[in-house]
Design a binder for this molecule. Structure first.
Ligand code: F6R
Length: 242
C-alpha cells in the first residue's frame, strides 16, 4: 500500500486527478469506479477542469459507481445518480450508455445486484476504483461487520452512517435506511484502488486503515491486502499515523 500525504485538500484532489487522468490517457476505454460523498468533489472538479482546458477525453471511459440509496429515484437531489450528474457527468463527455450506477428503485434488488456484478465482468473488470472512507471504516456502504468477501448487495445503513449523511437531508427520518453497494470482494477485484481522505475527522479511520489489524469490523483495513492500493490523504487525515 502506498500512502501519499499532501499538504491540503486541494493538493490531495489534484494528485488523485493526475492519477485518474494518466490512466485515461494510457487507456482511453478504461473502466473507472466512482464514489460519491464530499471527499471526491475536489477530484471531480479537477477532472472537469482537465476536460475543459486540456481536452481530457472521457468518450470511451466506462464507469461503475459504488453505491446508491434504496428508494430514491435518479432525479432525487440526494440520490447518487443526481450527485454524479451534477458533480461530474454533465460537465464531461462521458457517453451516458457507458455509465452504471446501482438502481435504488430496482423492483428485484437481488437480480439487479447480480446483473451489476455481471456487467463489471463483461467490461473486463474495474481498472481503477476511487474510494472514500466512513469515519466508522466503511468503504462504499460496507458497514462494520460486512463480510470481507461480500459482493454487490443490499445493506442496512448503520445509525452512525445515517447520522453522518443526515446533513444532506431535512431530517433523520428522510435518510434512507438501505443502500445497494458493491461488496468488499467486488471492490478488492478492481485492478487498482485509490482511497482518499481529508480532514481531522478521518484521522482515526486512516490510522486504522493503514496500520490496524485487518478485520471485518473495519472494512477499509482490507485495502492493506490489495497489491496496487494508493491512499492519498491531506496532513490532517494523516495526523495520527505513526
Ligand atoms: C460513497 C461512499 C461512501 C463515502 C464515505 C465517505 O459513494 O461509498 O463510502 O465514500 O461515506 O463520505 P464523505 O466523502 O462524504 O466523507
Amino acid at each position: 500500500m502506498l500512502v501519499i500525504i499532501k499538504e491540503n485538500y486541494q493538493q490531495m484532489s489534484i494528485e488523485a486527478a493526475r492519477q485518474v487522468a494518466s490512466l485515461i490517457r494510457k487507456k482511453p476505454d478504461c473502466v473507472i469506479g466512482f464514489a460519491t460523498g464530499s471527499t471526491p468533489l475536489g477530484l471531480y472538479k479537477e477532472l472537469i477542469r482537465m476536460h475543459k482546458e486540456e481536452g481530457l477525453d472521457f468518450s470511451k471511459v466506462v464507469s461503475f459507481n459504488l453505491d446508491e440509496y434504496v428508494g430514491l429515484p435518479p432525479n432525487h437531489p440526494e440520490s447518487y445518480h443526481y450527485f454524479m450528474g451534477e458533480n461530474l457527468f454533465k460537465h464531461i463527455n462521458i457517453n451516458p450508455t457507458n455509465v452504471h450506477i446501482p438502481m435504488g428503485m430496482a423492483e428485484d434488488i437481488d437480480a439487479f445486484c447480480e446483473w451489476y456484478e455481471q456487467k463489471i465482468i463483461e467490461h473486463g473488470g474495474i481498472d481503477l476504483q476511487i474510494l472514500g472512507i466512513g469515519s466508522n471504516g466503511h468503504i462504499a456502504f460496507n458497514e462494520p461487520g460486512s463480510s470481507l468477501g461480500s459482493r454487490t448487495r443490499i445493506k442496512t445503513l448503520n445509525e452512525n452512517t445515517r447520522l453522518d449523511n443526515s446533513r444532506f437531508f431535512n431530517s433523520m427520518d428522510e435518510v434512507p435506511k438501505y443502500a445497494i453497494t458493491m461488496g468488499v470482494g467486488t471492490i478488492m477485484e478492481a485492478k487498482r484502488l485509490l482511497l482518499l481522505a481529508n480532514g481531522v475527522k478521518k484521522a482515526d479511520a486512516i490510522k486504522a486503515t493503514v496500520e490496524g489489524p485487518i478485520m471485518a469490523k473495519f472494512p477499509a483495513t482490507i485495502v492493506q491486502l490489495h497489491r496496487y492500493a494508493t491512499v492519498i490523504v491531506d496532513k490532517e487525515a494523516a495526523s495520527k499515523l505513526e
